[in-house]
Design a protein around this ligand. Structure first.
Ligand code: CUA
Length: 345
């Protein structure tokens, strides 16, 4: 491959870095440090603080250890050829100190990191939902209200946004440095990522997992808008079917309702309220129903049968696109909502 081709492949990445640098915002603490992108979400601030703590601990001990090495090397240097050092028999007090202090320091890293991790992996219930399908080499995004985008995500500021993601081909990784969130997008699995943008603007989006020749070009932008502006944008973009409507259409098209009825003796399990529920599997064991399990059960129903049902469902592998599956799942989730609504009446 020629040098020029190599450089042209690098170009999108370099443009991305430039865009980052331009996004530096002086009013946000630390964001003036040139290696840090803008802090575009609450999460970003917390991730940065944890990162600074790690850097501070590392610098403190690196400097301390090096200074001690030089100090002791000079202070206890051999002064005469036949000089023999005094034997050391250890110090319990010293050993306790240098065990307990690092233990506490690392436990802070663990506790702090774990709590951030839990925040990151638990999207709020009221989050606005978008689906993302990665493929070589683009990001296909669809809003719950139906609007589609490619390599762009428009979101309102100040509202939690949840991305439900999967891949059509290989492993990609959806990375938004400004929000300090990143999640692998994996074929055969449905992963989630969420953030609450705190500043309006246009920010870079990357694929952070090498996925083939044009991986470096698999980027895009996230446009964070004022809520009113966002509503205007939504109204202006062609919507077509909402996610749920598209799912309902597929549900009908594939005659899912024939078996998945909420009646006694139905051939398939009822789907109302199914997400998040724990079900017994044929042959023992339990599984908590999540998006990935629903996906598998659509494509390969025999893989994990719910106890008490026969293996009669046809496999839909190759008949439904990844986007179609996300739409079907959105529809199944809406069944939950409707039942909840009915229960409240
Ligand atoms: Cu997709 Cu790298």
């Amino acid at each position: 491959m020629g040098l020029e081709a190599n450089i042209s492949m690098l170009a999108p990445g370099l443009r991305g870095m430039t865009a980052w640098l331009q996004n530096q915002s002086p009013q946000i603490p630390y964001s003036g440090v040139p290696v840090f992108p803008t802090q575009g979400s609450d999460m970003a601030r917390n991730v940065d603080y944890l990162y600074f703590y790690l850097v501070a601990v590392t610098v403190f001990f690196t400097v301390g250890i090096f200074l001690a090495i030089f100090y002791f090397a000079i202070k206890y240097r051999r002064r005469e050829d036949d000089e023999v050092g005094e034997p050391i028999h250890g110090s319990t007090r010293l050993e306790i100190i240098w065990s307990v202090i690092p233990f506490l320091i690392t436990m802070v890293m663990f506790g702090w990191g774990a709590s951030l991790f839990y925040d990151m992996y638990q999207p709020p219930q009221d989050a606005m939902q978008l689906t993302v399908v990665g493929k070589q080499w683009m990001w296909k995004v669809q809003h719950a209200t139906g609007q589609r985008e490619i390599n762009e995500v428009h979101v309102p500021v100040g509202k939690p946004v949840k991305l439900v993601m999967t891949s059509e081909d290989v492993i990609h990784s959806f990375y938004l440095p400004v929000f300090r969130v990143k999640k692998d997008v994996i074929p055969g699995r449905i992963t989630q990522l969420w953030f609450t943008p705190t500043t309006t603007g246009t920010f870079h989006l990357f694929c952070a997992e090498y996925c083939g020749t044009k991986h470096a070009g698999m980027g895009g932008r996230v446009v964070v808008m004022e809520p009113a502006e966002f509503q205007a944008w939504l109204a202006g973009a062609p919507a077509g079917e909402t996610l749920e409507q598209a799912g309902a259409r597929l549900f009908k098209q594939f005659n899912c309702a024939t078996c998945h009825e909420q009646v006694a003796g139905a051939r398939g399990p009822a789907l109302e309220n199914i997400l998040g529920r724990s079900v017994e599997l044929q042959g023992g064991g339990k599984i908590t129903v999540d998006e990935t399990y629903l996906r598998e059960s659509i494509l390969q129903p025999s893989a994990k049968l719910v106890a008490g049902y026969e293996n009669v469902m046809p496999a839909y592998q190759g008949q439904i696109s990844e986007e179609g599956i996300l739409q079907l799942i959105a529809y199944v989730k809406s069944l939950t909502k409707e039942e909840r609504k009915a229960a409240q009446k």
